[in-house]
Design a protein around this ligand. Structure first.
Ligand code: PMP
Length: 386
């Protein structure tokens, strides 16, 4: 099988699988227990926290372990909104966020907050002038993703951070899930207050994530319960997954430079392949500064993407339509509509997301399969129009 769905999830490193199983077997005590076995489990979490902190170049006490980025995003956004609601009720985000940010903002709107969804240009990036214009006296939080999970657009996080340095009362949250390991991350330099990541996008286990919460930043917890994670995330820590996540992140960052060079090469080849099939339109940016190296997104306007996905499977190739979290939703992509695509194009998107261990031959096979599939489907094109 040729797996091109790395934005949805990645195969864990062998070392990650081994770590999860060893820690599960040997260190099953509760890290909050005061007996020796508990202390030993707590030591492992402390070490994992240190590894995570050094990978993100932050302090260990700024790392909060969660059950994944959906929780990290909710904790950051709802936690900041609840903490700051006496100072203001306005949140700024974009129209292309992952559902865990977008729906969280919609929920807060139903609870009386006002949310501005910044528009994006045709490459899927916000404009700094729009951000400046959206800030009001009431603004308490700006939440903007680093790399989009559908088309791979890279937001100008550094420039956004520069603007927000003029407004120290506004918290800055970044959903970093698709960016870490693919694009440079400088949380302190960019003035990021809250930053979410997920282990399973970085060859770690599922069901574990981190929220970086800058020292001094106050947020409210989502759950009532124990005092774990500075009282901000109640619940027994998932020791095997915390340790394995730290390992996956460290290994990913050690490989980042070579991985990015390789991914850029693969991406270039794939874009050439897509350009050579006239029915397909590229949605990802060609510009290396604007588009993440592991994602290529394109549409076959007028063709249901599910048909292409199933045809690709017959060639032994796995890809996806929109993001995994929205792929069963047959509506046009909210992200592509926000980028100004018409309905046919926004309904016909295919996402190819790659790993640096894949090869040019894999890309050649994918492009060849696409060529054959488009040829087969061409006569049906009209009938498939929505
Ligand atoms: N944000 C982005 C950009 C994502 O791609 C995802 C995963 N699809 C999430 C958040 C949610 O992460 P998790 O699966 O850990 O809940």
């Amino acid at each position: 099988m040729l797996y091109f769905d790395h934005c949805a999830s990645t195969p864990p490193f062998d070392e990650v699988i081994q770590t999860v199983s060893e820690v599960m077997k040997l260190q099953y005590s509760n890290p909050s227990s005061i007996h020796q076995a508990g202390v030993a489990a707590e030591k492992l979490v402390t070490r994992a926290r240190e590894v995570m902190a050094s990978a993100l170049q932050v302090q260990p006490n700024e790392i909060l372990f969660t059950s994944g980025a959906t929780e990290s995003n909710n904790l950051a956004i709802q936690g900041a909104a609840m903490q700051k609601k006496s100072r203001g009720n306005h949140i700024i985000t974009t129209g292309i966020e992952h559902a865990s940010v977008y729906e969280c903002c919609r929920l807060l709107e139903r609870r009386g907050f006002q949310v501005t969804y910044l528009p994006v240009d045709s490459s899927g990036r916000i404009r700094i002038t729009d951000l400046r214009a959206a800030i009001t006296e009431q603004t308490i939080l700006v939440s903007i993703m680093h790399v989009n999970n559908e088309v791979g657009s890279i937001q100008p996080i550094e420039a956004i951070g520069e603007v927000l340095k003029e407004y120290p009362r506004i918290l800055f949250h970044v959903d970093g899930v698709q960016g870490l390991g693919k694009v440079p991350v400088k949380l302190h330099e960019w003035g990021v207050d809250l930053y979410s990541i997920s282990a399973h996008k970085l060859r770690g286990p599922k069901g574990v994530g981190v929220l970086y919460c800058r020292e001094g930043v106050q947020i409210q917890p989502l759950f009532a319960g124990g005092e774990q994670e500075r009282g901000l995330r109640a619940g027994t820590l998932n020791v095997p997954n915390n340790v394995a996540m730290a390992k996956a992140v460290r290994m990913t960052l050690e490989r980042q430079e070579t991985a990015v060079t390789k991914l850029r090469e693969l991406r270039q080849h794939l874009i050439q392949g897509i350009d050579s099939i006239p029915e397909l339109v590229l949605n990802s940016s060609r510009n290396l500064e604007e588009g993440a190296p592991h994602v290529v997104h394109f549409s076959y306007p007028g063709m249901k993407p599910e048909v292409i996905i199933h045809k690709l499977e017959q060639h032994g190739i796995v890809a996806s339509t929109q993001s995994a979290c929205s792929s069963k939703d047959l509506k046009p992509s909210r992200v592509l509509l926000a980028m100004g695509c018409n309905e046919a194009r926004a309904s016909g998107g295919i996402r190819i997301s790659m790993d640096a261990e894949q090869s040019i031959e894999d890309i050649v096979k994918l492009a060849e399969a696409l060529r054959i599939i488009v040829k087969e489907l061409k006569p049906l094109e009209k009938g498939q129009h929505r």
